[in-house]
Design a protein. Structure first.
Length: 367
């Protein structure tokens, strides 16, 4: 089933390891454009491959996503999946020059990052996963526990070049990319999963530091995820709900042309807009009107979630109602950006991948 002429902005999740009778109509809903997978959706490669095939049988152009960065953010870790290094390890390689070859560390780090991207993407794609929310472009200021070693480095130049190398590896396996968390989550101590972080620096300070990788990678990034962080000297709203950040700065000033995802609307940093607690529908409408093309709602499909899974249906119904009452308008451009994130090449199956010379070489280069 395909909905090429509508805008399907919602990325949802499921409670279990197979599609239930509740999941199928949600996935088939015209406003659902994809599915994000978590550790609870994983048993082994056979089960994951079957789940992804089932998702595609319901909606052939569904974007199947996962947070699979390496280090502590990697949803699938067993049954043959490579344990990928945290990005900080690649950043450390940068400074490890060979004897008598200044700068060789940077080049070796770039090669290792490309290898990392290729292994990451080719293993996921062998199981039917289309897309990973990676790379992290945040700078490591040493203050953010939630970012920490997920960041390549403190220096935005190193971050940009290693991220570009990683994205090259993703692309070799046919996978798009997602730079996050725009304009930068690394400076604040608070975790936007549980708090609403506030970064009090000026726009000039942020653009000359944290946001530099987004400018330098404006032709390479296929998608961006903004931070649920408030930068009060720029806008009172978190970046993911701010037209100032998304339309004026990211799109117009930095020239970004790809897709913009909201971060998870159920995070604490997304529940207050203009000092008012909002529903998931209000948050989604605000994000879409601010310049997001796609919005994520995570961890609300499970029976133990606050509304026992009802929040997902309420969001689908609420967003449809908002569209009918012109509180937001479907965007053909946004839909094209979503479709552009789907893989363009045929994936190797797992057994073929395990014998593939490029894959084996990439494995040997991982730190």
């Amino acid at each position: 089933m395909s909905h090429l002429h509508t805008h399907a902005p919602l990325i949802l999740d499921i409670a279990g390891t197979t599609l239930s009778d509740i999941d199928r109509p949600r996935l088939a809903h015209p406003l659902c454009g994809g599915m994000i997978l978590f550790g609870r959706n994983w048993v082994d490669r056979h089960q994951l491959t079957a789940l992804c095939a089932d998702i595609k049988s319901v909606r052939s152009d569904a974007l199947i996503c996962v947070d699979h960065e390496g280090g502590r953010v990697q949803r699938f870790r067993t049954d043959g999946f490579t344990h990928l290094p945290p990005m900080a390890e690649l950043g450390q390689l940068w400074f490890d020059d060979d004897k008598d070859v200044p700068g060789s560390g940077a080049l070796n780090a770039g090669n290792a990052a490309t290898a990392c991207g290729f292994v990451l993407a080719s293993e996921l794609r062998a199981c039917g996963v289309d897309f990973s929310f990676t790379p992290v472009l945040d700078l490591d200021f040493g203050t953010s526990g939630v970012i920490g070693d997920r960041a390549f480095a403190r220096d935005p130049r190193i971050v940009a070049l290693l991220a570009k190398s990683l994205m090259h590896g993703l692309l070799q396996a046919g996978m798009a990319n997602c730079g996050k968390h725009f304009p930068g989550h690394g400076f604040v101590k608070a975790d936007s999963h549980t708090d609403i972080p506030v970064d009090k620096r000026s726009l000039k300070a942020i653009l000359h530091d944290d946001a530099l990788p987004y400018a330098w990678l404006s032709t390479s990034l296929t998608s961006v995820m903004p931070a649920h962080v408030i930068y009060p000297k720029v806008d009172a709203r978190p970046a993911g709900f701010s037209a100032r950040w998304l339309k004026d700065i990211l799109r117009h000033q930095l020239g970004f042309q790809g897709a913009v995802f909201s971060d998870d609307l159920s995070m604490a940093g997304a529940r207050l807009i203009d000092s008012k607690e909002v529903s998931y529908t209000e948050a989604a409408v605000t994000a879409l009107n601010a310049g997001c093309d796609l919005v994520l709602l995570c961890n609300q499909s499970t029976p133990d979630s606050p509304q026992g899974g009802q929040a997902v249906d309420e969001l689908l119904d609420g967003l449809a109602h908002a569209q009918n009452h012109t509180h937001w308008q479907a965007s053909a451009v946004s839909e094209q950006r979503r479709l552009a994130l789907l893989p363009t090449s045929k994936a190797l199956d797992w057994d073929t991948l395990m014998q593939n010379p490029s894959y084996l070489q990439a494995l040997s280069l991982l730190p």
